[in-house]
Design a protein around this ligand. Structure first.
Ligand code: GRF
Length: 201
């Protein structure tokens, strides 16, 4: 059994999509071992609790990043997590945390990286005038929105769109992409060549 740890800060729709995909048998061998939030009243954490999943709030409480992250890493290790999934986790992770889970942390970002890293990626893309937008699931390294890309899904920008409508359309694809990327990574049927994620078939 593969044990996932989900980190979130907000509404948790990607977490719920992952949980639903697991329940539907679309992520073979996976279970969610724990959901952790840096925000005690994050709706996503409440949703995890309602589903009967282990859910923990670990707030910063004025601590340094490394200290806060060490507590999160310890909680993940206590739940024997072997893949960490960032699902709207709105804090940068310290190098120590990333080194504790080498190539075992995934993130989803609502743009076609390397375009539009950082906050409000959908608005950045919309205002730039792109005609194709999308989302990226990638391994997390020590640079923001930078690690090896596992999977991307594209979304057209339609006439009459605004940034909000575009973000909604991207989110639908995020929900498909994240579970699929997790299944791919857990299958172990890939290698990483430089920056390239290459599937073994
Ligand atoms: C998503 O757009 C995700 O790509 C980004 O943060 C947002 C989280 O949304 N990293 P949700 O909390 O999963 O609904």
């Amino acid at each position: 059994m593969h044990r996932l740890g989900v980190l979130l800060s907000g509404r948790g729709s990607n977490f719920l999509a992952i949980a639903d995909a697991i329940d539907a048998g679309k992520v073979p061998g996976a279970r969610i071992a724990v959901v952790i939030s840096n925000i005690a009243d994050a709706p996503g954490l409440a949703a995890a609790r309602e589903r009967g999943l282990n859910s923990v709030a670990i707030e910063v409480r004025g601590r340094k990043r490394a200290e806060h992250d060490a507590e999160i890493a310890a909680a993940l290790q206590a739940h024997h997590v072997d893949l960490v999934c960032l699902a709207g986790y709105m804090r940068l992770l310290s190098p120590g945390f990333i080194q504790a889970f080498p190539q075992r942390i995934l993130n989803i970002h609502p743009s076609l990286l390397p375009a539009f890293p950082g906050l409000d990626a959908q608005t950045q893309a919309f205002n730039y005038g792109v005609q194709v937008a999308g989302c990226t699931v990638h391994f997390v390294d020590e640079q923001l929105d930078h690690g090896v890309i596992v999977l991307q899904r594209t979304v057209p920008v339609l006439e009459g769109d605004d940034a909000h409508a575009l973000a909604e359309r991207i989110l639908e694809q995020e929900h498909i992409a994240y579970a699929e990327a997790i299944a791919r990574v857990l299958s172990g049927e890939y290698e990483i060549l430089g920056r390239r994620y290459v599937r073994r078939s």
